[in-house]
Design a protein around this ligand. Structure first.
Ligand code: ISL
Ligand code: CA
Length: 550
């Protein structure tokens, strides 16, 4: 398989609003990121992915863009961006930006024009229908079709009403997108993370969805539309192939068997995708606010299936949390008694998997979910809309609050915890835009840096080991635990090395680890002190990696 820098890189995702406020207005900004570049470099990550920093009315925190070529003033000016890019490059890192072109903001001039009259030249930049042609639901509640007064027609929005879907059938729309991509690439950025890219080609016969199964609708109705790959190939020929960049498509609704259509090396589309197999394991028929339980075996099956599907032909990116999902330690680990151990176990998983790992801000210090007592403290429109709808339906909003504590997106959007001073050192303002997690006095960067056994240093060590061992990047992968309910064990190997990974996904001590016979193991890394008496036993949330001595 061809070697590439973007396969060997590790991504760190920054949610700028919540990372670091430099000017005391309670909102994270670009100069805040500049202040922390040396910190990020010392962690050992290679690529910084910034969630959107463009001009936006912030209905969906920047995922609704009103000017693709301007920086949101709250975040800074273009000069700050250029300084940031220079600072990233000066430290030998790279910068990837978010490309949100399935939809724009309704405040984008294109949409302002489009809605103004049926004959406007921008009318075809969006989808307009005299009546809703189907029963599609928006991701953020309610119908995906919104009536618009000026022309008396309905427009399509798969996300909020303020995020109208762009019409990629229109060549002019595609050219606009390619041109704005070149604008940023010519400034020297190193790639794009592409928001809901599988959704850009619509099924124009407008089939109905199964109203009781939102998860299937994503795959069968919204994603993987008829002209999708034609569009991606065109984008690649016209733009991507002219630059040495990283492209990673956010790919909800893409099942494993379609993966290589996006990322197969012979396809000329994207470098890799973020798949959602594990991220939607706990979605019930009603979607994310209707959660169901998941099992470790289903979780492992996701990784096994994706590995087989992509094989030697394509590449994926691995993530266990991001700005849309709960904190990884709260979701897949134990954020109470075994927070440190389980966070390190998950770091071991993330950084020994095949695929380019992506670390979300704060995960490197083991930040956890937050439980606000009051809906008033939530900021995410998804949560706010769900609350409003639940009230309208007469549902028990206290029960919903418990669900929000588990799955709400604000779990990962509370400010980055830098130290134990007020508001976690995120801002000098009395009130940040969203409240800090009250556990910041214990969980913060300053404390992590002062403790040699911290999660931070474990990440740093794991990042270094990954870099030193190409077998962990390019090597093959095979799950070897035979369906255990507590153990996730696998092997990674290539001509350059061989590793066995054992992860105890439980809060109990477990024995009976199926070590292979006839191999000489050398201890590689572990999240507990080494102790011969535990040779055949894994302590709660213990992660142990062995290297085969040849
Ligand atoms: O956030 C989700 C569930 O709570 C996902 O279903 C999410 O909506 C989906 O993965 C698409 O996400 C992306 O596009 C959205 C934006 O709100 C998300 O932040 C972004 O990551 C619309 O742009
Ligand atoms: Ca600020």
């Amino acid at each position: 398989m061809a070697r590439s820098w973007w396969k060997e890189a590790v991504i760190y995702q920054i949610y700028p609003r919540s990372f670091k406020d430099s000017n005391g207005d309670g909102i994270g900004d670009l100069r805040g990121i500049i202040e922390k570049l040396s910190y990020l470099k010392s962690l050992g990550v290679d690529v910084l992915w910034l969630s959107p920093i463009y001009e936006s009315p912030n209905d969906d925190n920047g995922y609704d863009i009103s000017d693709y070529r301007a920086i949101l003033p709250e975040f800074g000016a273009m000069a700050d961006f250029e300084e940031l890019l220079e600072g990233v490059h000066a430290r030998g890192m790279k910068l990837v930006m978010d490309l949100v072109v399935n939809h724009s903001s309704d405040e984008h001039p294109w949409f302002q024009e489009s809605r103004s009259s049926k004959g406007n030249p921008y009318r075809d930049y969006y989808f307009w229908e005299p009546e809703p042609p189907n029963n599609w639901k928006s991701f953020f509640g309610g119908s995906a079709w919104q009536y618009d007064e000026p022309t008396g027609e309905y427009y399509l929005h798969l996300f909020s009403r303020k995020q109208p879907d762009l019409n990629w059938e229109n060549r002019k729309v595609r050219e606009e997108v390619y041109s704005l991509m070149r604008f940023w690439l010519d400034k020297g950025i190193d790639g794009f993370r592409m928001d809901v890219i599988p959704f850009i080609s619509k099924r124009l016969d407008w089939p109905d969805m199964d109203p009781n199964d939102f998860s299937s609708a994503i795959e069968q109705i919204y994603a993987n539309g008829p002209r999708l790959h034609e569009f991606l190939q065109e984008m690649n020929q016209k733009v991507l192939s002219h630059y040495d960049i990283m492209t990673v498509g956010e790919a909800p609704g893409v099942p494993p068997h379609l993966a290589n259509l996006y990322v197969g090396e012979d396809r000329g589309e994207l470098n890799m995708i973020f798949h959602f197999g594990h991220m939607m394991l706990d979605w019930g028929a009603g979607g994310k606010f209707d959660p169901k339980s998941w099992s470790l075996n289903e979780f492992k099956e996701v990784f096994n299936t994706w590995h087989k599907a992509v094989g030697q032909k394509g590449w994926i990116s691995i993530f266990l949390d991001n700005h849309d999902f709960p904190r990884l330690v709260s979701r897949w680990g134990n954020d109470g008694e075994y927070r440190v151990e389980s966070a390190k176990l998950l770091a071991t998983l993330l950084l020994t998997m095949r695929g380019t790992p992506s670390i979300y801000q704060g995960t490197e210090i083991g930040m956890t979910n937050v439980s606000f007592d009051n809906f008033q403290d939530y900021r995410d429109l998804e949560t706010i809309n769900e609350y409003r709808e639940a009230k309208e339906r007469g549902d028990d909003v206290n029960a919903l609050l418990q669900v929000v504590h588990q799955v709400g997106r604000d779990n990962v959007r509370t400010p980055m915890q830098w130290d134990d001073s007020p508001n976690a050192g995120f801002t000098t303002a009395p009130e940040p835009w969203i409240k800090v997690n009250p556990n910041y006095r214990d969980i913060n960067v300053k404390a992590a840096l002062a403790n040699p056994n911290s999660i931070f240093y474990y990440y740093r060590q794991m990042l270094r080991l990954r870099k030193e061992n190409p077998a962990l990047v390019y090597g093959d992968y095979e799950c070897i635990d035979e369906g255990s309910h507590w153990l996730y064990a696998y092997r990674r190997w290539s001509k350059e090395g061989e590793f066995y990974v054992y992860l105890n996904f439980s809060s109990e001590e477990q024995s009976g680890i199926p070590f292979p016979t006839g191999l000489r193991f050398r201890h590689f890394i572990s999240n507990y002190p080494q102790d011969a008496s535990f040779k055949d036993t894994l302590r709660p949330w213990e992660a142990r990696v062995y290297q085969v001595v040849r």
